[in-house]
Write a protein that binds this ligand. Structure first.
Ligand SMILES: NC(=O)C1=CN([C@@H]2O[C@H](COP(=O)(O)OP(=O)(O)OC[C@H]3O[C@@H](n4cnc5c(N)ncnc54)[C@H](OP(=O)(O)O)[C@@H]3O)[C@@H](O)[C@H]2O)C=CC1
Ligand SMILES: O=C(O)CCC(=O)C(=O)O
Ligand SMILES: [Mg+2]
Length: 740
């Protein structure tokens, strides 16, 4: 692969629903692109692919795979990069373990995930798996800042065809609860490094007796980097969780906890584990030692715990105690009440960016164990960003739900490049082994930050480099100029990190003479003003750090469009390339269950269509390829056609599914190419294709529907069989023949 020329466009191979959809869509894209001499290659960044690439010495020559993520990580630093990035799994430990088991079952001799590595060999294996765990892909590829918005056609479609919204009532008991102190927000300290302070820093823990343990050496901080340090007290967290469990019961609401255990792959699984232990406190008080001896890690969730307990000699007694405790606790917010999967079963099942917006869209209701919607206590331990959701809940209680048929839109310009802020903090996040003082010692010997900590506290340093900050402010200036609407920097001058960012933002706006076009507001105030603005039908640009980029690009699209899957998501890479993400949502695991059970795929590829159009137009500019522009503009026409003609997938067997929507996308794309005047050669090439697709519409639609309603075998969940996937996803011989 290495000595072949890099394809014009790289389309990523990922996981779950988007990967299943690719089996149908990518052949269409490749066939159409080849008519313009545009090559479309793939690189495998799936969880299974990354596991396989990590253990070459264990595998046969046929099984081995190259490290495509590393290759793409280099490519995105070059002006040639043109990557269409689909959502991939950011694996929690239970997902990683399941993927390993599936690969072993397919004959891959890869080692088990060592939960408690003891030997050097086990530690080395664990280190390889730790590099694969959590959000291990996006931070590597996102060498630029983020521009996420709904294309005008998509927004107009949502206004004309509004999705249903749950009703809010003023006496809803739903609320957001968050820590009042001793959390990441309140313990944060921050500073911007001078040239003298730049270089390789060290993070160390100094015990009461003066013994120094180096937690991390050689952390590189260039001049101008904003460096934050903070910690969450384990004791304060436990007290807060205990209080909220009690309060939920008293108030008669569901208990729920919303974290980002995927992107915050070190801190948030630990916080999740605290919630599991607090919820089951009497069980852990009584059986803690036995559970630990059996290798139970509460951070992996109740699902794994229940599995392990089943194998323990005292399993029956523990299960009886668990049942008794659960009966005494508040009802829990459920992931799947039919299957008994609760919020605390798997750390990656409830991911805050998607989970809270879905609850807000439903009028402040979560699903309880009885399968009924109910008011919910949304526990968000750290208070850094909880105010956004708290203010949203208050606002909707006051004013009722938003009306998607009249609401304006919120776009986002997000600071993301070079592992900015908390989302890049995993290598410098530590669960503190013993009481002491953590300090950051800079290259010149200065102690930049220090905190007194206790055993179990979660301490972290996060950094944000100067060039990405400047690029982000300039992107905000150009986006505001293009839109001419309200633009708000969601920064809190009373928060240490934000105060450092404001010192960068203000002079850049002043130098550009545009200070009057922007406001700087703390997240709570920005939430209120933004909701008031869109309720009036006006638009707003949210200019945010990395976490709010993630949260708001699910929150507002889910309220406005019903889903974040339809977003345009562009990453203008800092070295000149382009990364085009498909929507702002994830890989929709529920959709995979559905196709396996009844061969209906409700995944909507609108995000892929939008990204493809942008990628082709970028290619046209970058490589002076006029045909690519024609192809790209025709993609936009086809996307509009899919919307206007209601060809997007729906939820049930017998309704339009993903494959149907791809057929209509191909038909409209071919018709747009046949009908355009800019390139006669392309028009002549696509005229017979458009004609054949139109003529065979009913035959193709019937062939696509023939196997629906029956189970579909894909040959694997994490590592499906490509031939079986193709059989399921390309069932129309007529369509396949015409596409060629
Ligand atoms: N950029 C990336 O790489 C991202 C990856 N992820 C990963 O995705 C996985 C799932 O995350 P989760 O937080 O549950 O979020 P998802 O966005 O995957 O799922 C939430 C719900 O959103 C709806 N949805 C999302 N995308 C589409 C689509 N294209 N078409 C139709 N409906 C859609 C589905 O609703 P319904 O069930 O009602 O149809 C789905 O159940 C995790 O493994 C996570 O790590 C998450 C976010 C971004
Ligand atoms: O990388 C991930 O785990 C998720 C990314 C995400 O949710 C986003 O960027 O919106
Ligand atoms: Mg997100």
């Amino acid at each position: 692969m290495a000595d072949l020329p890099t394809p014009d466009i790289i389309y990523t191979k990922v996981d779950e629903a988007p990967q299943i959809a690719s089996a149908s869509l990518l052949p269409i894209i490749r066939a159409f692109a080849s008519a313009a001499g545009v090559t479309v290659g793939t690189r495998d960044i799936s969880l299974a692919g990354r596991i396989i690439a990590a253990f070459p010495e264990k595998l046969t020559a046929e099984q081995r795979q190259s490290d495509d993520l590393a290759e793409l990580g280099e490519l995105v630093k070059t002006p040639e990069a043109n990557v269409i990035k689909l959502p991939n799994i950011s694996a929690s430990v239970p997902q990683l373990v399941a993927a390993v088991k599936e690969l072993q079952g397919q004959g891959y001799d890869i080692p088990d995930y060592p939960e408690e590595p003891a030997t050097d060999e086990e530690k080395a294996i664990r280190a390889r798996y730790d590099a694969i765990k959590g959000s291990a892909v996006n931070p590597v590829l996102r060498e630029g800042n983020s521009d996420r918005r709904a294309a005008i056609a998509v927004k107009n479609y949502a206004k004309a065809n509004p999705h249903s919204m749950g009703k809010w009532s003023a006496d809803s008991k739903t609320r957001v609860s968050t820590m009042s102190g001793n959390d990441f927000r309140s313990n944060e300290i921050s500073a911007t490094l001078s040239a003298e302070q730049a270089g390789a820093a060290r993070i160390e823990l100094v015990a009461g007796d003066g013994t120094v343990t180096v937690l991390k050496d050689k952390v590189t901080y260039p001049a101008g980097t904003v460096v934050d340090a903070t910690f969450m007290s384990a004791k304060a967290l436990d007290a807060f969780l205990a209080e909220q469990i009690e309060a939920s019961k008293r108030e008669g609401v569901l208990f729920s906890i919303h974290l980002k255990a995927t992107m915050m792959k070190v801190s948030d699984p630990i916080i999740f584990g605290h919630a599991v232990k607090q919820f089951l406190k009497p069980v852990f008080d009584r059986h803690g030692a036995a559970l630990e001896a059996a290798g139970v890690d509460p951070n992996s969730g109740l699902g794994t715990l229940l599995e392990r307990v089943g194998d323990m000699p005292e399993g029956k007694a523990i299960l009886a105690d668990i049942e008794a405790v659960m009966a005494d606790r508040p009802p829990m917010y459920m992931v799947n009440s039919d299957k008994g999967i609760s919020n605390l079963h798997v750390p990656s099942d409830v991911i805050i960016d998607a989970s809270i917006p879905a609850l807000l869209r439903a009028g402040g209701k979560g699903w309880g164990p009885d399968g009924k919607a109910a008011d919910t206590n949304c526990v968000i331990p750290d208070s850094s960003y909880a105010a956004v959701y708290e203010e949203s809940v208050r606002y909707f209680k006051e004013t009722g739900a938003l009306d998607p048929s009249t609401a304006g839109t919120v776009q986002n310009v997000g600071l993301m490049a070079q592992k900015a802020e908390e989302y890049g903090s995993h290598p410098t996040t530590f669960q503190i082994p013993h009481d002491g003082t953590v300090r950051i010692v800079l290259a010149n010997g200065d102690v930049l930050h220090q905190h007194k900590v206790e055993a179990g506290d979660i301490w972290r340093a996060a950094s944000t480099r100067q060039a990405p900050i400047e690029d982000w402010v300039n992107l905000a200036i150009s986006r505001q100029k293009a839109e001419g609407c309200q633009a708000i920097f969601w920064l809190d001058e009373t928060r240490a990190h934000d105060a450092e960012l404001i010192k960068y933002v203000t002079p850049i706006l002043e130098a550009a003479g545009v200070s009057d076009k922007f406001q700087i507001l703390a997240p709570r105030d920005a939430t209120r003003l933004t909701l008031e603005t869109i309720r009036k039908g006006e638009n707003s640009i949210a200019i945010t750090g990395n976490v709010l980029r993630d949260y708001l690009t699910d929150l507002f699209p889910i309220l406005e469009l019903g889903t974040s899957a339809k977003m345009l998501s562009i990453v203008k890479l800092m070295n000149g390339g382009g990364l085009f993400e498909t929507g702002a949502g994830g890989s929709a695991p529920k959709h995979v269950q559905q196709i396996m059970e009844e061969n209906h795929l409700r995944w909507d590829s609108l995000g892929e269509f939008c990204a493809l159009g942008e990628s082709l137009k970028f290619l046209a500019e970058a490589k002076g390829n006029a045909k690519a522009r024609v192809l790209g503009e025709a993609v936009d026409v086809a996307t509009q056609g899919v919307l206007d003609n209601n060809r997007s997938p729906l939820g049930k067997v017998g309704q339009t599914d993903n494959r149907d929507s791809h057929f209509y996308f191909a038909l409209y794309w071919a018709q747009a190419l046949a009908g355009q005047k800019a390139d006669a050669e392309l028009a002549a090439h696509f005229a017979p294709i458009a004609e054949a697709l139109a003529e065979n519409e009913s035959a193709i639609v019937a062939e696509l529907a023939a196997d629906q309603g029956k189970p579909a075998d894909l040959g694997g969940y994490y590592h499906p069989d490509p031939a079986m996937l193709e059989t399921v996803m390309r069932p129309s011989a007529t369509f396949t023949r015409i596409i060629g």
